[in-house]
Design a binder for this molecule. Structure first.
Ligand code: ADE
Length: 419
């Protein structure tokens, strides 16, 4: 096994039980894992994965290993690692993990470079930090790589920027863009786990509370819908007129941030952009406002500005810091502005990660079969794989659907029949 760096191997027992618990809600990954065990489609493939180290990710790692891959795992966020899961992966399953919850920036990157020392044929990223490190020193780290996969919207945006500049060094499958990923993981997964993080950190009642959701992409829609479901008064802020219009027609109040700060009690950013909540917003918020981020990077809240203007800062609960402004008003920042769902809670439930990670496993198999004929581009998950995952998921939920009659097939392929 390559080198490992974990918090405490004694946590393995608890981690193993959690991996088992998550696995029981990941039937599609389990089916793929069983087939991989027989067919070994990834035999001899070195895989370096930079993902949130959670019990769901552990089940993906086990599926890849069952397929014959030689896998190492590092964290894609300094606060999302579940130390007990990391310990179990190393101790019980012989998978090399370098990830410690709360690791500093230096350690985070030491771990990324440890993953690259594995000389991967395949990269598996969540946010493109691994791929970005490779592109900063391609001679040193790029030589063995055949292809990659990317889990999240932010990562795909970074990859498309490399592709547009003609700098992408190998083909990468945008797992995020599969329908069975973003329609479900981004919407229902982020929706539920974000509120789970806010609630676990603060124990506030959402019913009757004004919640401002910044961003109405798939994740923002999920957060807004779940907050409304719990009785919150939800305000949406957006920059894209189309998304803003959708939010209006979905029944939310839409207004600029400048206006929203007069009303909000809880703020949740999910835009994928930087400094969405800034100094001019913080100073106008009401006393005891709660601010959290569920976008991939910790750039959405301008915490540096908040620190500069605060006259006092103190930790008041796990994952909650209180900033007192010169006006005497207090602002509570959750999880240091990092992904609140993975830092203050456990990330998306296994039931939805099942589809995301089925896409990862089948995309890994697909690129390992097809990399020779692929260009240095960002690829979609093939539609057949996407649809097959939907079929398998429905079957695992005991949901049957209809199929077209021959007459309906003919009708759909004909142009003659009209009024
Ligand atoms: N991203 C969001 N939730 C996750 C989870 N539970 N495991 C891995 N990655 C995630």
């Amino acid at each position: 096994m390559t080198r490992c760096d974990i918090a405490d191997p004694r946590l393995a027992g608890k981690g193993k039980l959690r991996i088992e618990w998550a696995g029981a809600q990941m039937p599609v990954v389990e089916m793929i894992s069983k087939r991989f065990t027989k067919e070994k489609p990834l035999k001899g493939l070195r895989v370096s994965a930079c993902l949130h180290v959670t019990s769901e990710t552990a089940n993906l790692m086990l599926a890849l290993k069952a397929g014959g891959a030689d896998v190492v795992l590092v964290a894609s966020n300094p606060l999302s690692t579940q130390d007990d899961v990391a310990a179990s992966l190393v101790k019980d399953f012989g998978i090399s993990v370098s990830a410690v919850k709360g690791e500093n920036r230096k350690k985070y990157y030491d771990h990324i470079y440890a993953a690259l020392d594995h000389k991967p044929h395949l990269t598996m990223d969540d946010g493109a930090d691994l791929v970005s490190a490779i592109h900063k020193d391609p001679k040193k780290y790029g030589r063995h790589i055949l292809a990659g996969t990317e889990e999240t919207t932010t990562g795909v945006i970074r990859l498309r920027s490399l592709e547009a500049q003609g700098k992408l060094l190998f083909p990468i499958v945008a797992v995020n863009d599969a329908d069975t990923k973003h329609f479900f993981d981004n919407r229902y997964g982020t929706g539920q786990s974000t509120l789970d993080g806010v609630i676990r950190a603060t124990n506030i009642l959402l019913a009757g509370t004004s919640v401002v959701v910044c961003g109405y992409g798939w994740c923002g829609r999920g957060v807004a819908a779940k907050a409304r479901g719990l009785g919150a008064n939800v305000i949406v802020t957006e920059v894209d007129p189309l998304k803003a219009l959708e939010a209006v027609m979905d029944g939310f109040q839409v207004m600029p941030m400048e206006e929203a700060v007069k009303h909000g009690q809880v703020y949740i950013t999910v835009t994928g952009n930087t400094h969405v909540i800034r100094r001019e917003h913080f100073v106008r918020m009401r006393d005891r406002a709660i601010v959290a981020n569920s976008g991939h990077f910790d750039v959405e809240l301008d915490i540096e500005s908040l620190k500069r203007i605060a006259k006092k800062v103190r930790g008041v609960r796990d994952c909650v810091e209180e900033f007192t402004l010169p006006s005497g008003r207090r602002i509570y920042v959750l999880a240091s502005g990092r992904l609140v769902n993975l830092s203050a809670a456990e990330g998306h439930p296994a039931m939805v990660m099942d589809m995301s990670f089925a896409n990862q496993a089948l995309s890994a198999e697909w690129v390992s079969d097809h990399h020779g004929s692929l260009e240095k581009k960002v690829y979609r998950v093939p539609l057949e794989i996407d649809r097959e995952i939907a079929r398998l998921k429905l079957r695992s939920m005991d949901v049957a659907v209809d199929s077209l009659t021959p007459e309906q097939v003919r009708y759909l392929s004909a142009w003659e029949t009209g009024t």
